[in-house]
Ligand binder design. Structure first.
Ligand SMILES: O=C(O)CCC(=O)C(=O)O
Ligand SMILES: [Mn+2]
Length: 153
């Protein structure tokens, strides 16, 4: 909802997780779908690296270069303080950008997230930085991104 008007998200989303781990996101309350075995396999592969047990995952499908995600931090209260977020990407390579919230002079950080890449966000990343996946005019394959999360409480 923007100024009282309802808009479509510029991507497709799904939420999987342990029972009861719901997530209020972009003004939408998402109840978790039961774990699919492929998601559980990916979760098991990254947990030893992240050194945390995830209990949920947000899936985003970017159908083409016009699908995107705007500037935000993953700082919803249900993620607790200093959330650890494990991000796995499949399909077309997209750019992810970071900007500091309080020091606009700091250079933006740009990462290229290719098929099979793993990005771990932890510590004060969400407190001090925002991130986005901008639109691109390049012709690119669809991309699926999985952000594994730990919903607390
Ligand atoms: O698609 C990405 O790489 C980022 C996704 C993201 O920021 C999110 O799901 O909160
Ligand atoms: Mn995010």
């Amino acid at each position: 909802m923007i100024f009282g008007k309802r808009h479509q998200l510029p991507r497709l989303t799904a939420w999987y997780g342990d029972p009861g781990k719901s997530y209020a996101y972009s003004g939408i309350l998402m109840e978790p779908l039961p774990w699919a075995s492929t998601l559980q396999q990916i979760k098991a592969a990254i947990e030893p690296i992240a050194n945390i047990e995830f209990n949920s995952v947000l899936l985003n499908l970017y159908r083409n270069g016009q699908d995107s995600m705007g500037w935000h931090s993953d700082n919803e209260p249900e993620l607790g303080q200093n959330p650890v977020i494990g991000s796995v990407s499949f399909g077309g390579t997209r750019r992810m950008r970071f900007r500091h919230k309080y020091q606009p002079d700091l250079p933006k950080v740009s990462l290229s997230l290719s098929n099979g890449s793993f990005l771990l966000m932890a510590g004060t990343t969400q407190e001090y930085w925002q991130h986005q996946v901008p639109k691109t005019q390049r012709v690119i394959d669809p991309r699926i991104n999985l952000t594994f999360r730990q919903i607390v409480g």
